[in-house]
Design a protein around this ligand. Sequence first.
Ligand code: ZN
Length: 520
Amino acid sequence: MKRSPFVLFLACCLLSLAAVCEAVVPPGQVRVTFLDVARKGDGGGAGAQADDYLRSLERRWGRGGIGDAIVVETPERCVLIDGGLWTKGRAVVLPYLKRRGVARLDAVILTHQHGDHYGGLAEILEALPAGEFITNGLAHPAKAYRKLLETVQSSGARFRVVRGGETFDWGGGASATVVQGAGARGVSPDDYNNNSLVIRMTFGKTAFLFAGDCEDKEEKAILASRRDLRSQVLKVGHHGSSSSSTYPFLRAVRPEIAVVSVGEGNRFGLPHREVLDRIASFNCTVYRTDLDGSVTVVSDGTRLSVETERARPVSAVTGKPLKEEYYRFESEAKGLLRRKDYAGAAARYRKALLVEPGAASAHSALGYCLKKQGRETEAIKEFSAALPGDPCDSYANLHLGLILMRRDRTRALGCFEKYLDCHADTHWAGLAREKAGFLRARKGSELRKEGREEEAIQELEKAVALAPGNAFAHLQLGLLYPPRDLEKARRAIARCLEIEPEGRYAAEARRVAAELEADR
Ligand SMILES: [Zn+2]
């Protein structure tokens, strides 16, 4: 098809229009959003369509539940700092940019070559044009990183390596400085965290410090460089790990608002209690993507306001959000739990409960610690205290169910079925289904012995729906169906023998099978 000059002219107009419409904040404002890219799983939505390769990469990292993606919007520019894990680019970052009407990124900055920072960038660059791709210039052997560099090349974005001291004009009065790039003194090139690009943006009287995954070594080098670090807003380094955010560094920054990008229940036990304590000593408000979802800080050049995606859980006692001190004890307890120090963790959860009496998650976690120490009666008490506050609590339902298997089968069944109502797709759902099936099969068998055959059949059919591999339930049905339905009975017995050809029910199943054959 031959394109008319008019169509080309129109296309050019639209393109130039897209270029000026890239940022949508009003003059006199800067908006910084710390996206919740650290949550586990694919983040729902478009992420569910991610290909198997991305999923496999994410599984290796994703259980970790960490990652950064920060969108900086000024009246003239839009800059993305990091892109979260692999599937998060498409699942979280792109939908956010679309909602904000961002059609083009002026710059994409990669702080360092770790998957929880660069993973999502390839899909973002495939979907949106970008002016520049800015990195610290280090190489990384991962295939996925090489693929990202190929994507950068084919996207047409200018590849730019920056070092400490370089500055950016982000328009509308916002400017930024690279506080530190790769190659700080005493840092080896394969120490990717400590080679993070650390960037400070100023807007009017306000400043933001984006610390990447920088740790103590790089912080030391930054302090030695004597650059201005004072910033009201700090993106806490390395997801709140105790290897970052040293006192001297925090003293130089003096943050009022700190944001930790971290996923709930991450396998590293982040953020660390030590870091939360250090930050608290600066009278600073901490926002966490695991508790608050995405966090947006808006600056008008003088004042800062914060919006969060989610409201924090409130105390059933006070009706107010749980206190910071509660989260500090909880964080410490989680660290101890990871090291399997159940007694230590239990002690911290008890302290957390002194700060916030009735907090469901602490009761539930304390119950788990007690169960692990063999203190089942106390564990039952704690799990029971957790459920009124959070009827869906997964630990309370699952572990209380397991303890009650031997004590109160009706209540145990209720626990497993509630677990399945709330968490049907999770890792432990298989176990809950198996246990619920077992309990229903036992109940069905008892009803059969009492002669309540119709009720028994109903119960056993529920049992095999929950646990199709329960040979005992199939055998019971094989005994109950005749004379109503011989064909169903034959199928049930065949299924029992298929599951356990040599198991404890096999002899009886064979005897019933022979009888059913004789009835043909
Ligand atoms: Zn990271």
